[in-house]
Design a protein around this ligand. Structure first.
Ligand code: BGC
Length: 757
């Protein structure tokens, strides 16, 4: 007990000193120096240990006896445990029973909300609305900290051009510039201005690095790419995370230059810390250290030492640090300085969160009842969800639907509750969320009739459906497929319009949910074909966590809207847009391929020596059987209104290497309802010392316009928007010719040349 009093007394003394001129860091260093001078080697190593106790287990767990371990000072933090009371009990053990009373840090995958669930990150990115994204993280932090969690394993900022990979759903799409902007907004939302504030939490940027580029789209698979590509096309969002002051980073599972990220010293120390100046702590991903034995990096002790020496401070679930570092120290395979440094970084995080000042800071039972899943939070989640839907096709203005007549609501995703929030909604309380059927019945408020039939299961293959609806989200109907389909067709025949709620169940994307085929699943396609024969207009609401292949649907159905997974309020938000209370304004942040063979397909590619945008010319770069271009390009999305663009102007057609010029365009809402437009600016560097992409997003503005309203959007082109990493990995601006493009998506742009002199 004596030691505990000493810790808290020290904080008080330091806090008093702080009122003077002593800088914050000095106080922290002083406090941690003192604490560490009293820690044993085992206690220091204990701080580096993050065992699993929670309800969510994503790999094989190896740690047991957590309570005893906490008491012995062998645990630094815990994660994915839900509930203030449960967390308080374990904090009590750490604070009251361990020798030094060092508080635990409690983390969770608070990825897109806590109990109020926001759209999945991929969907959020489609809003291009940084205020909305910041607000979603702010509310997530408010709710999570009201329930004992002060560390979020988010944002996930892995650039991804690989829709076969299920975790495309958790990231921000394929663009590094947009990904960086989102990373900053998320960190601002989680961490706010002051990490000791009881309603802010520490963020963890993940997965460092390149996890979004696995070979063949298979989760956890090898990544191999040039360093030029890493720096120019994949690193920008992580770097933005460092600049935004993220408190922690998480290593990725994959190899980089043939070395797993957790053992990659170049990555974890030279790039992250030495070049970018990261001063927080690095936690590994779940069992990433012990998995290095499978990568062929050595035995358990070896991989533990490799990870520590590379710069990973905390070991998530492998238990390798706790069980092998002492021996490695004795054998000279790690140094005490390296252990001390890692321990210090973890203690610093706790200090910054104010846990030494008050270990129960985030454990306030009164907040739980008042601040979680409130009407205000839910209203914000609903509003934000409406911004994320992307209208891909809307022939003859089938959408919005009028509240009249009879509406047939069909499809395996029309009447599911647990499926609505989307993957990685660890703290969700799904039984409180609405199904689309319930929301639609509310939305028509007696003015129209909504008739429902499931029509089909997710797919014919029972095993595939089972594997795609894990975590109790099972939804299979035992009836015969033909019986279900006929029922839906009969019902549709009596209706004026068909709304098909189809696509992927939520666990068909996310971790360990890679797919090799990205088309609408067989049973659903068959149902769509049968429904088409009724001659009634069909609106496809496509639920998905990735870019999917929809050639057939785009050819045959009049209206398609991608609704992704919109969170706890998704059902109401979908109805807001379907019935026209809100016009859709989301734009694709991933390219939609025509078939899987085009993958990887992304808008910011290099030119070849034999470019061919068309199909087909012999001896040019194309396919025999499919055009090169996307079915729907990056940046694309329709609205219920229309927008016109005035001719693009430039303030000058030349700038200096330290100057800037302005590109302007006036956008007018030429339709009959209010709507949002995302004006996009792309740049091409025409000649470089290395080949440069045909276009790169360098700015955007999301504007809301009333019918008839115009707004001039001006973008400043600064040297930073023209720089890139050359072959020596120097960040340079090479004078010469450039092209600026402004438009409504990456394909439909106006172009003007300019030069840097
Ligand atoms: C995932 C991480 C996650 C961790 C903890 C891992 O399997 O890759 O993104 O934060 O589990 O739940």
């Amino acid at each position: 007990m004596k030691y505990k009093i000493t810790i808290f007394a020290m904080v008080a003394v330091c806090a008093l000193a702080a009122r003077g001129a002593a800088p914050q860091n000095e106080r922290m260093n002083h406090f941690i120096d003192d604490l560490m001078s009293r820690m044993t080697l085992q206690e220091k190593i204990g701080q580096l240990n993050l065992p699993v106790t929670g309800d969510i287990i994503t790999g094989s767990s190896v740690s047991g006896n957590v309570v005893d371990l906490i008491e012995a000072g062998g645990v630094g933090g815990l994660f994915n445990m839900k509930g203030e009371r449960q967390i308080r009990q374990l904090q009590d053990v750490a604070v009251k029973k361990s020798r030094l009373g060092i508080p635990l840090i409690f983390g969770m995958d608070v990825i897109h909300g806590y109990e109020t669930i926001f759209p999945i990150p991929l969907a959020l990115s489609m809003s291009w609305d940084m205020d909305a994204i910041r607000s979603s993280a702010r509310i997530a932090a408010l709710e999570a900290t009201a329930d004992g969690i002060c560390w979020s394993f988010s944002p996930m900022v892995d650039v991804c051009r690989e829709p076969r990979w299920g975790r495309m759903s958790e990231g921000n799409g394929e663009d590094p510039y947009l990904g960086a902007a989102i990373c900053r907004a998320m960190i601002e939302g989680y961490q706010g201005q002051d990490l000791t504030d009881r309603a802010t939490m520490m963020s963890c940027v993940k997965h460092f690095a390149l996890y979004g580029a696995p070979e063949a789209g298979r989760d956890y698979n090898t990544v191999d790419m040039s360093r030029v590509r890493m720096f120019n096309e994949y690193f920008e969002p992580y770097k933005a995370g460092v600049e935004a002051g993220a408190g922690s980073f998480m290593s990725s599972f994959n190899t980089i230059d043939y070395v797993p990220a957790s053992a990659n010293r170049w990555l974890m120390t030279e790039v992250l810390r030495d070049q970018w100046g990261f001063d927080g702590f690095v936690v590994t991903d779940y069992t990433a250290i012990s998995e290095m034995m499978n990568h062929g990096m050595g035995d358990y002790q070896t991989v533990g030492a490799l990870a520590l020496n590379a710069g990973c401070d905390m070991d998530m679930v492998s238990d390798a640090y706790r069980t092998t570092l002492e021996k490695s120290l004795a054998e000279g395979r790690v140094s005490i300085e390296t252990i001390d440094r890692a321990c210090r970084r973890v203690l610093e995080a706790k200090y910054k969160l104010g846990l030494f000042d008050d270990p129960y800071r985030y454990l306030d039972a009164k907040r739980r009842g008042k601040e979680i899943y409130t009407a205000a939070n839910r209203a914000e989640a609903r509003r934000i969800a409406t911004e994320t839907f992307v209208l891909l096709k809307n022939d003859d203005n089938v959408l919005p639907l009028r509240r009249e007549g009879k509406i047939a609501l069909v499809g395996p995703l029309a009447n599911t509750r647990a499926n609505m929030p989307g993957t990685w909604s660890v703290a969700a309380t799904s039984d409180r969320y609405s199904t689309l059927l319930e929301a639609m019945q509310r939305a028509v408020s007696g003015k129209a009739e909504v008739l429902y039939a499931k029509g089909c299961n997710v797919c014919y293959d029972e095993e595939l459906e089972k594997n795609s609806t894990m975590f109790g989200r099972e939804m299979r109907d035992p009836r015969d497929a033909a019986v279900m389909r006929d029922e839906a067709v009969r019902l549709a025949q009596q209706c004026d319009v068909i709304v098909a709620a189809m696509g992927e169940p939520s666990e068909m994307s996310g971790e360990a949910s890679s797919r090799s085929s990205l088309t609408i699943l067989d049973a659903q396609r068959d149902l769509l074909e049968a429904l088409l024969k009724t001659g009634k207009p069909i609106v496809l609401l496509n639920f998905s966590g990735r870019a999917t292949v929809m050639n057939w649907e785009a050819e045959h159905l009049p209206a398609i809207m991608n609704v992704w997974f919109g969170g706890s309020e998704a059902a109401d938000a979908i109805c807001d847009v379907v019935f026209g209370d809100v016009s859709p304004g989301g734009k694709l942040t991933v390219t939609m391929p025509r078939n899987e063979g085009q993958i990887p397909i992304y808008y910011n590619h290099l030119n070849t020596g034999r470019p061919n945008p068309k199909w087909f010319t012999k001896y040019t770069s194309n396919y025999l059987d499919v055009p090169n271009d996307a079915l729907f390009p990056f940046g694309y999305g329709l609205s219920y209104t229309t927008f016109s663009y005035s001719p693009l102007t430039l303030s000058s057609n030349a700038m200096t290497a330290t100057g800037s010029i302005t590109a302007s365009v006036t956008v007018t809402n030429t339709g009959s309802c209010a709507g949002a437009e995302v004006v996009q600016l792309y740049i091409r560097d025409m000649v470089g010392s290395i080949a440069r992409p045909v276009q790169e997003l360098k700015d955007f503005a999301r504007i809301q316009l009333q019918p008839g309203e115009s707004r001039t959007v001006s973008f400043t082109i600064t040297p930073d928007k023209l720089k890139f990493y050359n072959s020596n990995l120097d960040y340079v601006l090479e004078p010469g010719d450039f092209e600026v493009m402004v438009g409504t998506d990456s394909r439909h742009v106006q172009r003007l040349p300019f030069a840097v002199k």
